[in-house]
Ligand binder design. Structure first.
Ligand SMILES: *Cc1c(COP(=O)(O)O)cnc(C)c1O
Length: 422
């Protein structure tokens, strides 16, 4: 459930009208709902009640400082994938002991910063990385806590660009190598094995692939315990899907996910780490945009809007579906079939193809729903379009939590070398 609802014919985020935000902040603009972030976090946390669990929010989904601070106050930890994310998490007040570092290409700088901060664990993805962490920790006189990201070779049955748990993917350590890796950790002086980690993909709409993968991990952990490794945490990754399409069958609830986890892992004497991203953030944000033009080609009818693929790349990148609804409620039947497109010179700058909608006109505001995760955080300035504003609503108040970049700021990022000065 989210807090974007119509009131007296106008779409609101909690108690603030999106029309008001658009008038005051301009469009396109991302609008987030504090209450929705809190609700998603609390529902997820409740699903793990009774289990020793740390929720490390996968902040690549949405790393705005206001979002992170909202979640930090709920008690969230963070799953970070770069030194930039590490610094953002620390700046938002997330304690280092609740931060795990993931990623297939951790640099020396990232390893040093994470050791200095004293993070909970490194989720390693290769033997080369393990050797480097051991060397750096040695130089710093520390022992690095290591969890090995294993690749359980299961098909998550999700979009190929967000599937990560098959042996052909670049992620994790191949299943048959895990025994050797833990033996190697045992032999190195500046690393210690504390956990096992996996993350099989994103936007999973079925519990079965999770269940298969988690069961494999249970077998592995029992074997590691028998070999004398002190494995204390199992990091299950993220990946639980969210509803994007109105009226379609909903993905499994956090409650049923938590129950399955308790069934599969309940009798292992290990704490659990989970890394939800999309589930927390996805439906906590919308992208508000204005229809600029209506255009008809021979066979096609287009609504050209002021947002583009640089602001929200998910449809172009993953064929993702976003519900599009008018900010001014229209209770009439959907009467036109249109493509919602952005202004960028790319054929993939399309938000929705052949979408049935109520008729709109230039100047009308629309909201693209489910735009809280992998949306602002993936935006770029392609076509010299400045990064757009982000707004957080809390009850009847709202704040601009990232101001719209100006064109001058964008240009000022470049420098012209001396030899070109006139
Ligand atoms: C992206 C990612 C997540 C979060 O995935 P969601 O589908 O957003 O829950 C968790 N863990 C790792 C390692 C990731 O790369």
């Amino acid at each position: 459930m989210d807090h974007f609802q119509y009131r007296n014919g106008k779409l609101f985020a909690e108690d603030v009208s999106l029309e008001q935000i658009a008038a005051e902040v301009g469009t396109p603009v991302y609008v987030y709902s504090t209450a929705t972030f809190q609700r998603h976090y609390r529902v997820f946390a409740k699903a793990f009640e009774g289990l020793d669990t740390l929720i490390c929010y996968a902040m690549k989904a949405n790393s705005n400082q206001a979002v992170l601070t909202t979640l930090a106050l709920e008690g969230a930890g963070a799953d970070v994938v770069s030194v930039g994310e590490l610094k953002r998490a620390l700046a938002a007040g997330i304690p280092a002991q609740k931060i795990v570092l993931s990623g297939v290409g951790k640099t020396r700088q990232e390893i040093v910063a994470s050791l200095k901060a004293g993070i909970k664990q490194f989720n390693i993805e290769s033997e080369a990385e393990l050797e480097l962490i051991n060397i750096i920790a040695g130089e710093m006189g520390l022992i690095a806590p290591i969890s090995v990201r294993v690749n359980p070779d299961v098909d998550a049955k999700t979009h190929e660009k967000i599937s990560t748990g098959k042996s052909e993917n670049k992620f994790g350590i191949p299943w048959h190598r895990t025994g050797d890796i833990y033996a190697r950790i045992g032999a190195l002086p500046h690393v210690t094995a504390v956990g096992v980690d996996l993350h099989i993909g994103s936007q999973l709409t079925d519990l079965e692939p999770f269940k298969i993968a988690f069961s494999k991990v249970v077998t592995l952990v029992k074997a590691l315990h028998a070999d004398g490794h002190d494995i204390r945490h199992i990091d299950l990754g993220g990946g639980l899907g969210i509803p994007y399409v109105a009226g379609a069958e909903a993905p499994p609830s956090p409650g049923s996910y938590g129950k399955m986890v308790a069934n599969v892992l309940g009798d292992l004497d290990c704490s659990i780490i989970v890394e939800p991203g999309r589930l927390i953030a996805g439906n906590a944000g919308v992208l508000v945009s204005e229809v600029i033009y209506e255009k008809t080609n021979d066979s096609k009818h287009f609504y050209i809007i002021d947002a583009a693929m640089n602001d929200l790349v998910r449809p172009a990148m993953y064929d993702a579906h976003h519900e599009i609804i008018p900010v001014e409620e229209n209770t009439a039947e959907a009467s036109v079939t249109v493509d919602f497109v952005g202004p960028i010179c790319e054929s993939s700058d399309v938000f929705a193809k052949n979408r049935k909608t109520t008729a709109l006109a230039a100047g009308d505001l629309i909201a693209l729903k489910s735009a809280g995760a992998y949306s602002a955080s993936m935006s770029s300035t392609y076509n010299s379009r400045p990064l757009i504003a982000e707004v957080m609503v809390n009850g009847d108040q709202y704040a601009v939590v990232r101001k719209r970049q100006t064109i001058e700021e964008l240009i000022a990022l470049d420098t012209v070398p001396n030899w070109l000065s006139r």
